[in-house]
Design a protein around this ligand. Structure first.
Ligand code: BG6
Length: 281
């Protein structure tokens, strides 16, 4: 693949590459964080807040943050764990059946062991081609004991109108609202980001569909058992330092997640989870 370059993305080192059909993507080495994906139709599909920090150690608001080894505040670590702000290495580019792939790696170090005393290796492989993006997370347990983790690909999809955006495919699925303990069942065919939403849907179906002003993105997840749907709404958006007051109107997070129960990974084993996004041509 000769269409790969390193660049400075708002001050953070990053990799940009091209896939078949003219698709492009950019990922920062901090967090192996996808901050842009433009498929063959030429339109950016990921939302990144124009007020996001791009500073070492600070989470980027938007794109595809990789959450590991703790989802949200479900444990003793910092919110959403350390992988999204850690420095990853670029492990190479390759040509796959689905397109052009960039792979990033993060291994346990003295710094990660100080907060989470486990031996692990993570790989994040992002493949683009035509109208598709596939992101796969692999977690290897290099230690001598099993460890539990929770994880997510916290994808911020760009939308143009919260009144028209519709997420389909979660009807009949059990969920818990952030901060609640009671498990409820989704009764709607279509979920809209018009009112704030922050839910974990358990044992979610592998496929959901986001419609927005005639554009359709099919979201497929494998390995991840749950789907998190998040939009902070107007009030919370206005209170967030890294979001414009109207930021919520332009994003909808559909996250492939492994939250409940946590994954328990035995020594020497590798866990895989992926999310793919396909835009209708
Ligand atoms: C979502 C959570 O996954 O991430 C929300 O369900 C949280 O509760 C959101 O607010 C954003 O988290 P952060 O740490 O990036 O502000």
């Amino acid at each position: 693949m000769n269409t790969l370059e390193t660049l400075d993305h708002h001050g953070l080192p990053a990799i940009r590459w091209q896939g078949p059909g003219g698709a492009t993507a950019i990922a920062t080495l901090q967090g192996a964080h996808l901050v842009s994906w433009i498929p063959a139709d030429g339109e950016e599909k990921l939302f990144v807040s124009e007020r996001s920090a791009f500073e070492p150690g600070k989470a980027i608001r938007g794109g595809i943050p990789l959450i590991f080894p703790q989802f949200a505040d479900r444990g003793p670590l910092r919110q959403h764990g350390f992988a999204r702000t850690a420095s990853w290495t670029f492990a190479g580019a390759s040509v796959a059946e689905e397109g052009h792939r960039a792979t990033f790696r993060l291994e346990s170090s003295a710094a990660t062991r100080a907060t989470w005393p486990k031996d692990f290796a993570l790989e994040l492989a992002a493949t683009i081609g035509g109208n598709r993006l596939e992101v796969e997370l692999r977690v290897l347990n290099r230690g001598e004991a099993s460890f539990p983790f929770t994880a997510a690909l916290h994808t911020y999809l760009r939308i143009t109108d919260p009144a028209r955006a519709r997420l389909r495919g979660l009807r009949g699925i059990r969920f818990v609202e952030r901060g609640a303990t009671q498990v409820e069942t989704e009764h709607r065919d279509a979920i809209t980001p018009e009112s704030p939403i922050d839910r974990v849907y358990f044992e979610a179906p592998p496929r959901t569909v986001l419609e927005d002003e005639g554009r359709v993105v099919t979201i497929t997840q494998r390995g991840f058992t749950d789907t998190v749907v998040w939009n902070p709404g107007a009030e919370k958006s206005a209170a967030m330092a890294d979001m414009a007051p109207d930021g919520w109107r332009r994003m909808f997070c559909i996250e492939a997640a492994a939250v409940e129960p946590p994954v328990v990974l035995r020594p020497g084993e590798t866990w895989r989870g992926s999310q793919s996004l396909a835009c209708d041509p």
